[in-house]
Design a protein around this ligand. Sequence first.
Ligand code: C5P
Length: 391
Amino acid sequence: MQKNKSLILGITGGIAAYKVAELVRLCIKADIDVQVVMTESATQFITPMTMQALSGKPVFVGMWDSTIDNGMPHIELSREADAILIAPASAEFIAKLLHGRADDLLSTLCLARNCPLLVAPAMNKQMWENPATQRNFAQLKADRIAVFGPGNGEQACGETGDGRMLEATELLAHIKAHFTPKIFANKKILITAGATIEMIDPVRAITNLSSGKMGYALAQAAADMGATVTLVSGATQLPAPFNVNMHHASDAASMHRIVMENVSDQDIFIGVAAVADYSPNEVANQKIKKHEGSLTLHLKRNQDILATVANLPNPPFCVGFAAESERVIEYASQKRIEKKLPLIVANEVNSAIGRDENQVTLIDKNGNHALARNDKYKIAKAIMQHIQQML
Ligand code: C5P
């Protein structure tokens, strides 16, 4: 089993410190161990007790902590970490970092580290825009320190602008990407996700219950693994994955068109979207009025996007999904052969659609590989690793 990643979370003095309480919770859920170190001023904004309760570990603030065995916390803590994240990173702390100063535990840890340093700035927009901060920001990058954000928006001081710390979920996305080996560097991956909506009239449509979660998780996992990812998304309620080129498709025909416009230079194509198999022959211009008796809709077959791509003269490596309600493996295996796919991912509709978790079986020419039930991001990573082995 893979060892959990271990992160030192360094909190400095800023009101955004409240957001990292949530970040610790999210990290632990994502199997990332967190050791919190705070500056004295950070303790004015959030208590060490809160952070200790959430991280499950004692929090370090002072340089002279006698509970650390060799009495050298700046060495000991940083040797155990895979990365140090400073969040929020105040203007003062960033300035201090860049001058290699070490007058408290956190700055000393940063100077003595032998792991990557990640920084999430948080400050008032004037402080952020100040030439001194901008110089420091440029220097952070020159020193190969990863900078997450800052974002733009409403600030605690009532002003609006740049300088806001990223939200906990955004920081987690950056951390996960940082910890993921870049096994798909220089690879281009095109993915479809979500449901298509086939309009019947201006207010009614044929669609399905796909949430898009599996496709979005695959897009995120592939991007985290270093791929250049293009995601063609049907209807979903999900925020765009981070570091992914997004296209939106309303119906099967526009999804087909966008895929064909983007497929020529792709290394891998993964069709996760639940594409409607049929759409109305004609879309009524006006809302259809109800009458006595039944209504007949005439539907035409939509093109199979995945099969079209797999049948191109020089196709990318094509991966399909098969959501079945019965005889899952049998139907999925048939589909793999019919659509000429090297790999298909089979799942049972009730255990997959709309859920955060999934249980899938990967089917290729060598047989079936059942993956344990897990959250969709972890399943996505396992699928991507399988693809990489096949390639
Ligand atoms: O044949 P079925 O629709 O069950 O196949 C599912 C797979 O085919 C999925 O990967 C889906 O994204 C893809 N598909 C497609 N275009 C369609 C129908 C399905 O790309 N019109």
